[in-house]
Design a binder for this molecule. Structure first.
Ligand SMILES: [Zn+2]
Ligand SMILES: [Zn+2]
Length: 188
């Protein structure tokens, strides 16, 4: 039996969720910094106004006003430069990681949420996706390569080979490298 094996994308769940969370964190942080930067701005305005009306300590008030104004502009400037860069870094990293696992494709999967990927598969190579991890093992009796669910509870279980119908402990099946280009699937 030859069939296109579903490609495992379980690792993309964290990639997607981390990206979403980090974008949100960055936006919230940016909003907070912009809001807080208003404080020295407003205080500066008050100090300027006070310097108009209060003769005593006018110099001190003017110096304070200028210092506060500079602080306001500096915070705004640094954030205006930093925020787009941080966002770009996040997006670049996401673009590199959130890709189709098919080595012949490796296409960026865009902003499609992880859950939707499981239903829709890859829009470029049409490979179907699964969140069930698979392992490739070799039957100790007939040496047929089998694709099985990669589950830690396999250890201690027995498996019946669909080719030679012999039953053996899972631990006696040799683990083979999972070749992504190998499309042959033997259901167990
Ligand atoms: Zn693809
Ligand atoms: Zn066998």
């Amino acid at each position: 039996m030859s069939a296109y094996r579903k490609a495992y994308i379980g690792h993309l769940k964290d990639v997607y969720e981390n990206y979403r969370r980090e974008v949100l964190d960055l936006q919230v942080k940016d909003g907070k910094i912009r809001t807080l930067s208003l404080l020295p701005g407003i205080l500066s305005l008050f100090a300027f106004l006070a310097a108009f009306y209060i003769a005593d300590g006018r110099i001190l008030l003017l110096i304070s006003a200028i210092v506060l104004l500079v602080a306001f502009i500096a915070i705004r400037y640094v954030q205006a430069v930093r925020f787009p860069r941080q966002m770009q870094d996040l997006q670049d990293c996401f673009r590199e990681q959130y890709v189709c696992p098919n080595p012949n494709c490796r296409h960026f999967l865009g902003q499609t949420p992880y859950r939707e990927l499981l239903f829709g598969g890859c829009p470029y190579c049409r490979r179907e996706f699964t969140d069930v991890a698979l392992a490739r093992v070799m039957c100790p009796s007939c040496h047929t390569a089998l694709i099985v669910k990669d589950d830690p509870s396999n250890i201690g279980k027995s498996l019946t080979c669909p080719a030679c119908h012999k039953r053996d402990k899972y631990t006696n099946f040799r683990i083979l490298p999972l070749d992504e280009t190998d499309d042959t699937e033997l259901d167990t």
